[in-house]
Design a protein around this ligand. Structure first.
Ligand code: SDX
Length: 430
């Protein structure tokens, strides 16, 4: 990594700061010594201009609408590979050979069952508990069952914990869904591929044979690829920060699930579908566009805009294509929600406000329509996002743990509170 320097003049001082260049993308100014040299902090509350780490996993060019996993464009991975191949790539850095892929699939498949006492966890939840609440609880609780893979200093234990989480997320997600509809849990079946297994655990019932639709399984597998990782987004940064304290991997991933749940982040797919349902018909779109533009109205077009993509989210394009594939396969000719979404996108992309603020549909805009058509309730949409993102969180967490320069993350602040003052007794407080 080549580097030069940049000079910062603070008061009467001139401070030399190293500039580091990456493989591609913006260079960084290393300010790690700034406080020691100037007694000042930098200030960047939303981290809009801050690189929190060095990483080799995912690269995004927001202006070019580019997304690379370990250098491979998302379009090519989604077109030619499957989700477990993407998991291998994100974890190990290279595409697997046929033998490596077969071994990886075998290992993941044989970790899909959960400890049978996990079933008792579910009895404690109300049937109408949000499945994301259940996922935060259950994934965090995995550390109560798997003490043999919580020592983060042991690479072997880190890998076992990683395989367990990748393998068990679909099982836990399906259990959360089954519990919410009062149906019995369905055990994983080892002769099915990862995503077909998940569909069967969600939609099979004991009373009859369940046949996985290969078109739907392929579509959902592709959706998992699109959601697998995304650089230093909010939930990934949460996982890294939790992991920097040495917390066990299950607890760190549970923290990531909790952060992803927010409507500004992974919760947007659920919020976007609810928004489309609230709009209801294309003729009501102008009213909602006006609300989104009205500064005094907190309403935002869910599924639109992105901190990094100031051009079309490349995942949204693939998502839109997958939506049409799934609706065709299911014989859904005119989905009113899709009509509203297509019309909303066309109006918004011609509107000055959205063009000027570079607000384009993101991955969450079309995913809800597809998942609803497949039979998932809205409350499960973010669970599926978390299922897919688990490998990205784990890859980023492992990269941080293996980084020799890694220290506990501990940001500072700009303090604007009360200056020091003495205690006043209650009698003196008037
Ligand atoms: C994900 O980071 C990642 O990579 C996330 C993700 C991943 O894979 O991990 O890609 C997944 O979280 C996708 C984003 C899903 N969220 C939504 O769809 C929710 C709706 N979008 C927004 O809330 C917003 O666009 C964010 C949160 C996505 C981005 O917020 P930013 O970058 O902080 O932008 P901002 O809030 O500062 O907005 C800039 C301007 C503002 O107007 P001004 O104050 O400059 O006048 O754009 C406006 C905002 O009001 N704006 C919107 C808008 N999004 C931004 N106005 C209307 N509708 C919107 N959706």
């Amino acid at each position: 990594m080549s580097s030069s320097t940049s000079t910062l003049n603070v008061d009467s001082k001139s401070v030399e700061l190293a500039v580091k260049d990456g493989t591609i993308g913006p260079s960084v100014i290393d300010i790690s010594k700034l406080y020691g040299q100037t007694g000042m902090f930098t200030y960047d509350p939303g981290f809009t201009s801050t690189a929190a780490c060095e990483s080799k996993i995912t690269y995004i060019d927001g202006d070019a609408g580019l997304l690379l996993y370990r250098g491979y464009p998302i379009e090519q991975l989604a077109e030619h590979g499957d989700f477990l191949e993407t998991c291998y790539l994100l974890l190990y850095g290279e595409l697997p050979t046929a033998a490596q892929k077969a071994d990886f699939d075998y290992r993941v498949t044989r970790h899909t069952m959960v400890h049978d006492q996990m079933n008792r966890f579910f009895q404690g939840f109300r049937r109408d508990a949000h499945p994301m609440a259940i996922m935060v609880a259950c994934v965090g609780a995995l550390s109560a069952f798997y003490h043999d893979s919580t020592d983060i200093s042991d690479p072997q234990q880190r890998m076992i914990a990683s395989m367990r989480m990748i393998a068990k997320m679909p099982t836990l997600a399906a259990m959360a869904y089954k519990y919410s509809i009062g149906q019995p849990f369905v055990y994983p079946q080892n002769d099915l591929d990862y995503t077909s297994n998940f569909l069967r655990m969600c939609f099979a019932v004991p009373c009859e044979e369940y046949k996985v639709n290969p078109v739907l399984s392929r579509a959902l597998d592709r959706i998992f690829i699109l959601h697998a990782d995304h650089e230093q987004n909010a939930s990934t940064s949460t996982v890294r920060l939790a992991g920097s304290s040495g917390a066990n991997p299950f607890a760190c991933i549970a923290a990531g699930i909790a952060c992803l749940w927010g409507p500004a982040h992974g919760g947007a797919n659920e919020a976007a579908l609810k928004m489309l349902e609230e709009i209801g018909t294309p003729d009501r779109i102008p009213m909602y566009i006006a609300k989104a533009k009205d500064k005094s109205d907190p309403f935002r077009l869910m599924g639109f805009g992105h901190r990094v993509y100031k051009n079309y989210d490349p995942r949204a394009r693939i998502m839109q294509k997958t939506t049409h594939e799934v609706l065709n396969e299911l014989g859904i000719k005119d989905d009113p929600l899709l009509d509203v979404a297509v019309e909303l996108e066309q109006i918004a992309l011609k509107d000055e406000y959205f063009l000027e603020k570079k607000l384009y549909p993101n991955i969450d805009f079309y995913s809800g329509i597809t998942l609803k058509a497949m039979g998932f309730p809205t409350s499960m949409f973010t669970v599926l996002f978390a299922l897919a993102r688990t490998v990205g969180w784990i890859a980023q967490w492992s990269e941080m743990i293996e980084d020799p320069s890694q220290r506990i993350g501990r940001p500072r602040q700009l303090y604007t509170g009360a200056p020091q003052r003495d205690y006043v007794t209650v009698a003196q407080r008037g």
